[in-house]
Design a protein around this ligand. Structure first.
Ligand SMILES: Nc1ncnc2c1ncn2[C@@H]1O[C@H](COP(=O)(O)OP(=O)(O)OP(=O)(O)O)[C@@H](O)[C@H]1O
Length: 301
């Protein structure tokens, strides 16, 4: 279990994390989402004691990171900037880590196998592709057989087979009852892996929810096209129904489903050329949620 309680992190005048609270629970994959600069990496650094909160507390399995006697056995982490000596082989890198924690040699071979790196275990890590480097980072995170696994952008640089491998691996870790936290700025990708979502923007909590609830909260609507849209608009003017015009003159209706609208139009002889239910995609839901907290948004054309 990871618990972040009332955490603020300031760097001089910059507030990177702002009164943030959430928990990542055992048996679940929790997706930690937010646009660039939202404070995800800062929060993850505080979870593993690389940074101290200005205010608030962060605990892993009930204790601060530095209070654990063998932290690698409590939480395994892959952070983006993790460095591996380029001249060392994957195996010697992992053996070095294992030695500092009294982890048996056999476990190094196990995680090499798990990460699909056995065949290249003797190669210099400096010659690794980005994807192989990610696999090595994940292998290192799993070395101590930790109850909590935290990965910053784990699918970054992985090919489709690698992405599937990460998905399966994380689902398996959660099914074993472990706590899994992964960060991303890709909502759709995260929704395929995560059970629960924590969304942040400008350091603040924007949502702490399940994937399904987030889609539902973004709402669904019906797009209706008619050459007699003014008449249709009049017919739709009733309590609980809202009608907006789309850029190309069609109507976006909420509060009535497609069938009800079709029957109403038909009963009044209003011809329709389009009637379609629009389910907000996850990316739409994410954009809606984070619109006001994107630091470096692109200017619309
Ligand atoms: N050491 C630091 N000194 C000053 N500002 C910092 C420092 N570390 C992070 N920040 C600022 O804090 C904010 C949050 O950064 P952070 O890297 O945690 O965001 P992020 O959500 O991980 O973003 P990304 O998705 O781009 O990795 C940013 O505005 C960043 O510039």
């Amino acid at each position: 279990m990871i618990e972040v309680v009332g955490v603020t992190k300031r760097y001089g005048a910059k507030t990177a994390v702002d009164r943030l609270s959430f928990a990542a629970k055992p048996g679940q994959v929790t997706g930690f989402l937010g646009p660039n600069g939202a404070g995800k990496s800062t929060t993850m650094r505080m979870i593993i004691g690389l940074d101290r909160p200005t205010e608030g507390t962060v605990t892993v399995n009930g204790r601060r990171y530095r209070e654990h006697a063998a932290p690698l056995r409590e939480i395994g982490a892959l952070l983006e900037a993790r460095s591996v000596h380029p001249g060392r082989s994957a195996r010697s890198h992992l053996l070095g880590l294992a030695r500092t924690h009294g982890i048996p040699r056999a476990r190094v071979d196990e995680v090499l196998e798990l990460a699909g790196l056995t065949a290249v275990a003797g190669k210099r890590a400096g010659a690794f592709s980005l994807g192989m480097g990610q696999r090595l980072g994940i292998a290192a995170a799993l070395l101590g057989d930790p109850a909590v696994v935290m990965l910053d952008e784990p699918v970054n640089g992985l090919d489709p087979e690698g992405v599937l491998w990460v998905r399966g691996l994380l689902a398996g870790l959660a099914a074993e009852g472990r706590t899994v936290l992964l960060s991303s700025h890709l909502m759709a990708e995260t929704a395929l892996i995560a059970d629960h979502l924590v969304v942040v923007g400008k350091g603040r909590l924007l949502a702490d929810t399940t994937v399904q609830d987030l889609i539902n909260s973004a709402g669904t609507g019906v797009r209706v096209g008619s050459d007699e849209s003014d008449r249709l608009r009049g017919l739709l003017a009733r309590p609980g129904v809202s009608v907006a015009s789309s850029a190309d003159g069609e109507l976006d209706v909420t509060g009535m489903d497609a069938r009800e609208i079709g029957l109403l139009a038909s009963a009044h002889g209003v011809p329709l050329y389009q009637l379609s239910t629009r389910t907000a995609s996850l990316e739409d839901a994410f954009m809606d949620l984070t619109r006001d907290s994107v630091e470096y948004g692109s200017v619309p054309a």
